[in-house]
Design a protein around this ligand. Sequence first.
Ligand code: 13P
Length: 256
Amino acid sequence: MRTPIIAGNWKMYKTPQEAVAFVNATKDQLAPYSAAERVICPPYVALPAVQAALAGTEIAVGAQDVHWEDQGAYTSQISAPMLQGLVKYVIIGHSETRAYQGVTDEMVNKKTKAALAHGLHPIIAVGESLEINEAGQTQDFVGRQIRAAFEGIPASDLANIVVAYEPIWAIGTGRNASGEQANTIIGAIRGILAELYGQGAADAMRIQYGGSVKPDNMAEFMSQPHIDGALVGGASLKEESFVALVRIAIEAKGLA
Ligand code: 13P
């Protein structure tokens, strides 16, 4: 049984003060739901305060990106050694970083290797545009993203990696994929991982869905056999809705 993982990607929302207020208000409510891994990914500047506020809880902290070099002349960037001790997870290859910061498949691969080398757990995000989806090329496109991300990653690292399938057309649009559609693509991703690493390793890997996930549709996703959790933007910003997502995930997986 794969442990469900629900991660809130806060994107460029919440000041450090707002972030701490959120975790202080929710940590006791989230505490009983230990059957799922719960992760908060605030903006970089809130990481130290959120990490401190969550010390002693089982709620994990994640960063939203990482550079592939340990240090260097990369104005604005944050490296894996800088995140050590602050976060467990790091989102890599989110479509917004691919679109606005020019992150390529090759960079995703280098960032993944850097994160793993420093003991961080990558959440590798992949997903297709509406155009690719409508052309019926989703599986090919996402398959290429997966193969590129995992290039040269040894099987011994797999247990520390999570994959998130986030169709770009579903992000922040209110237009989510259906549970069945998402399950089909996530099943295909698992198939590629099986090709690369063997069925056992692929069956052990956790793969999330992301894109307009809300308490209303969470059960639809979490009741699908291949979907192990959610990477949530908008609905993770409200205290009651994030707590509800975690509760619904556990219920849908029969872990309540
Ligand atoms: P929304 O949940 O706001 O659609 O965002 C999804 C996402 O991009 C999470 O990484």
